[in-house]
Design a protein around this ligand. Sequence first.
Ligand code: NAD
Length: 421
Amino acid sequence: MSTISLEQEINPWEAQAARFDFAARKLNLEDGLWKLLRRPSREIIVHFPVILDDGSTEVFTGYRVQHSQARGPGKGGIRYAPDVTLDEVRALASWMTWKCAVVNIPFGGAKGGVVCDPKKMSRGELERLTRRYTCEIIDFIGPEKDVPAPDMGTNEQTMAWIMDTYSMHMRQTVTSVVTGKPVNMGGSRGRKEATGRGVRVVCDEALKLLGIPRDGCRVVVQGFGNVGSNAALLMQEAGYRIIGVAEFDGGLYNADGIDTHALREYQQRNGTVLGFPGAEAADPDELLLSECEILIPAALENVITSRNADRIRARIVAEGANGPTTTVADEILADKRIFVIPDILANAGGVTASYFEWVQDRQGYFWKEAVVNEQLEAILAEGFDDVVRYAQAHNVNNRIAAYMLAIDRVAFTIRQRGLYA
Ligand code: NAD
């Protein structure tokens, strides 16, 4: 593993496949199921036209990959970005299968993407692109088939357009075709903060396990967006001390703790965290290497690699982002006995709340926010407990334990269902 190039090290599909293979071998997974689960069951590629504001026509490429629907409908976000690739969407779809199985919710895994630059497109162009992409994949999505959600470059407005397009074709309003919708049209209370809340829950559990007191526990967060800022805010409320915040354009450090509420207001007003008066400026890459109890990468993939893993000084790494640690870095962190809470567990709060949204849409009955939060906390704490017990029983690290647990659950269901024809 240590002889692979950096390019291979940061390829998300290679990273997913390496961990899957390792966990499947540990589980003694039978050959047929291994072959079945190693690859997605369906990959849809569409090339579709959109009329731009200047009257010209552009053709965009979109993907929807369904990795497994063994345990329920596919579930996974749709990403709009200029560098979306099929390999990336495949990896993300597989991660969704494992993530849903780790927290034991009745969904399979899927993911979508459109190669485009949403920052350079007008609202009208984005709406036309979204509606046409929805039409292209409409036979393959639906409340019982595959339920998309927002991801990078998409948001609740995108989900509203997908829901409307799908509903027009079905001749009735179908709110449960997507999650992450606005609350007034079938969205769930508590969804926005859910991933950050889940991060807080798994950190609480890790501290209990390792016997580290929560009050004053030092935390560094990379990425002060949805996941990072909500995790930081909720953790500060619970007694943690947020000593560092790293953003793409710079970082902040304050050994006494950053007031994250004030920081969020500052960021909303100024469009950046830089210049915030309650902390010193710091190099964002160096912040990842600060001495602290918990490091939360909550921005993007491949930030902990063979280049910096040996210099990480956190006791716990809680992966808010998807795929922040490469496979090579995993081994380095394990050698340093750093307790890693892997992404497929640590950031599963989002999909758990999406599950609640889907349930509420189908019930036509909407829960109070306190109910959403309470159920979410119970599911995440149970998922943490399951992973840790698996790690101890099989003498593997938490990431491999999470994969093993997930693969075992999916494989069990497939054996029980049997293979059709
Ligand atoms: P977001 O866009 O709201 O926030 C990301 C933040 O990271 C932004 O503030 C951005 O400026 C910052 N950032 C970008 N590049 C950076 C860099 N090089 N260094 C430091 N900061 C940088 O996105 P999000 O929804 O918070 O998602 C973050 C990660 O969490 C992604 O990997 C996403 O796939 C994952 N995730 C999100 C959810 C969710 O519910 N939002 C659920 C599961 C996983």
